[in-house]
Design a protein around this ligand. Sequence first.
Ligand code: CP
Length: 328
Amino acid sequence: MTLSDIQLDRRGNLKHFLTIEGLSRELLTEILDQTEGFLGVAEQAVKKVPLCRGKIVANLFFETSTRTRTTFELAAKRLSADVLNLNIDTSATAKGETLLDTLRNLEAMHVDMFVVRHAVSGAAHFIAEHANPHISIINAGDGRHSHPTQGMLDMFTIRRHKGDFTDLCVVVVGDILHSRVARSQLLALNTLGAGEVRVIAPRTLIPTHMETLGVRVFHDLREGVRDADVIVMLRLQRERMRGAMLPSEHEYFQLFGLTEERLSTAKPDAIVMHPGPINRGVEMASQVADGRRSVILEQVSNGIAVRMAVMSMCIGTQNLHAQEETRG
Ligand code: CP
């Protein structure tokens, strides 16, 4: 069974959200359109809608997170779901319980959705294969593989600023090799029909097959950002590097760090993005991170609405199946 087979039901409705791979342009556009509708919830006096009332969402974060975990929690609460945040350090996992046993115990509590972050690529897919079929799984980042809601919140932010993807030049800069965010972004950009996609990185931080993904590869930042509409900076994932892949952070910044001066070759209205956490003075200068072209904090706010869209679509699919089962 392919990844896209497992995350869609037989009518093509979203049941799990594990990866952007295999999803159609129509489905990605539906997620973006639904997100537009959820943005306004943050402006309401009572920041809630009842779409997931009575549902239980369990956040299972086996790896550190600030933005993703908290925005998933807020998204679930804004949809009126009850939220369980499992503290992995103090849970039975720390006492040796297997992932499947933890899963079975949470299933016994009638959880409706697991939001999973794990250091191992494929972990969310594994859980989707083994969980009770009534439960939806959302991948909140698995190893180097995929971070689909981050990919979609980045697409949403780009669409808000630039409209249609067709004529855009989008540049992704940094540690492409270890980045699940980059993988999700590149898949989404290709599916949504972005005009030109470039990646810029040192030779040691770029996978060998990159050109086959329809992207142009650059090793020179100044050249790569020329005339770009969107520049996405990535964090150096030191925790995933084995051995010396880079001389030093200082030298990396000298060659690949985004400064105001290097940004001057991009289009005058270019936007600068970063999924966070930022390493100031490594990936970008503070002037750029806090500058007028930066939409980094907007990405975080948009993340809540995107996660509301994805969660409500999956719960909507569950409700549809439950109604069909009741009707027999
Ligand atoms: N962008 C992102 O995944 O950030 P966190 O690791 O803080 O969740």
